[in-house]
Design a binder for this molecule. Structure first.
Ligand code: ATP
Ligand code: MG
Length: 416
């Protein structure tokens, strides 16, 4: 894509009311735009990143046999009366012509459980794994951390349905693995900890995936001795001792919860009377698990973890473009070569952002390039052309390399 055609521009200063690193950088670089507190638009660059994250998640969900669906975001009050969750403050309720009939989905157990019930009668119909990627709405009290907490945000929610606890436990472990791979592929793996959390009233424990960032609103306790991570509730219950090795040497870290996995057991199947007949014809409750990842929050967390003073640093798997080709405006020959290079590489299937802007100084182009954060920078200038080369630099490194134009596509294939 030609940068001259991009309808957005980089912004010199982030809005004063944006305090978090993720929203400041993403707004400055032109990835997102704020509509109101907790609601952001995804602009071409941001939308591309979002789709790439979505793809990583989709691959990993399909890898554990999840079947993708899309449920309505608008729900009837009656579904939520069944579980007595209509009264929850977090739910946006819509007044329609005087009546309060609808609510906006903030999670989907109330919708998926009766849906699955229409197809599950026997043990032969189980297990079922379904997921969706969709907007959720939550009337959150405080929204001040950019994409980390929205009133409208994108979530992947997976639900699993099983005949017994053994099968639920087995799948729960599989989801754990898939989640770890997702966070690793998003390059927040080293900062993300599988954290023991309490399971509320349904089961003893659940797990949160917590990413260390200064703008996180959660706190985790890391055991210095055995490296176990636990959340606030658990550590209080355990009287500030590690539940595993009983050590008192704990480190606290500010974090954001990027994912959550939860054994719901029969909480929702009981409410909706979701039963199945086992091998012996005996009726039993279906057991459920639910597993969420906030995609918008994940995008924000990636930026919180991967940036420097100059801007964002995307990884190969999350970047909006594979490389950023910059043409310095010094001569006609430079421009012609850059133009040809852009067309040739695009034909070969490389997805490039091409800075063809004629009215921008080299300094502005380099600054924008660092701010946007595409992992590879390619520069064509009179100087590089004297050596029939172009200059290659990785966003994460300072090292600059000259590569012969004739070798460029081979070289790129190796590194993108
Ligand atoms: P938190 O404690 O941060 O409010 P939660 O326990 O309410 O999170 P879940 O209901 O488990 O979150 O939702 C699943 C996932 O959705 C979370 O792990 C998180 O990644 C994401 N998420 C939850 N609330 C928000 C929000 N307001 N904005 C963006 N993402 C969110
Ligand atoms: Mg919450």
């Amino acid at each position: 894509m030609r940068q001259s055609q991009l309808f957005t521009k980089t912004i010199r200063k982030a809005p004063r009311d944006e305090k978090s690193i993720n929203s400041r950088l993403l707004i400055k670089a032109g990835f997102i735009n704020k509509l109101m507190a907790g609601a952001y638009s995804y602009l071409p660059l941001g939308f591309r990143v979002l789709k790439r994250i979505e793809n990583i998640i989709r691959e990993e969900m399909n890898g554990i046999l999840g079947q993708e669906i899309l449920l309505p975001a608008l729900h009837p009050r009656s579904s939520w009366e069944v579980t007595r969750r209509w009264k929850e403050q977090i739910m946006f309720k819509l007044k329609t012509r005087g009546k309060k009939d609808y609510g906006l989905g903030w999670t989907h157990e109330e919708i998926i459980t009766p849906l699955v019930k229409t197809f599950v009668q026997s043990y032969k119909d189980l297990p079922v794994y379904v997921y969706q990627i969709q907007d959720k709405f939550r009337d959150e009290l405080r929204v001040k951390s950019g994409l980390l907490r929205g009133v409208e945000f994108i979530m992947k929610d997976l639900y699993s349905f099983h005949q017994d606890e053994k099968d639920l436990d087995r799948y729960y472990e599989k989801v754990k693995g898939a989640y770890s791979r997702i966070f690793k592929r998003c390059k927040i793996g080293r900062q993300t900890f599988l954290t023991l959390a309490s399971g509320g009233s349904f089961s003893k424990y659940s797990h949160e995936f917590q990413t260390i960032t200064p703008y996180g609103e959660d706190l985790i306790y890391l055991c210095k001795k055995c490296k176990l991570a636990v959340n606030k509730e658990i550590i209080k219950e355990q009287k500030y001792k590690c539940p595993k090795c009983k050590s008192k040497k704990l480190e606290t870290k500010k974090t954001v919860e990027v994912g959550n996995i939860f054994k719901l057991k029969d909480r929702f199947s009981k409410a909706f009377n979701l039963k199945f007949k086992d091998r012996n014809g005996k009726e039993k409750m279906v057991l459920m698990g639910s597993y969420g990842i906030g995609l918008s929050r994940l995008l924000g967390a990636i930026v919180e973890v991967n940036h420097d003073k100059k801007g964002i640093i995307w990884s190969e798997e999350t970047t909006p473009f594979q490389a950023h080709l910059i043409c310095l405006k010094d001569s006609l020959k430079t421009r012609k070569t850059a133009e040809k290079l852009y067309q040739d590489l695009s034909k070969k299937g490389f997805d490039l952002l091409y800075d063809d802007r004629k009215d921008k100084s080299p300094g502005k182009k380099f600054a924008d390039c660092d701010l946007i954060g595409i992992p590879i920078r390619l520069v064509v200038s009179e100087k590089t052309l004297k050596k029939n080369s172009i200059e290659v630099k990785k966003r994460r490194e300072d090292k600059i390399k000259l590569i012969k134009i004739t070798d460029l596509s081979k070289f790129l294939k190796k590194i993108v």
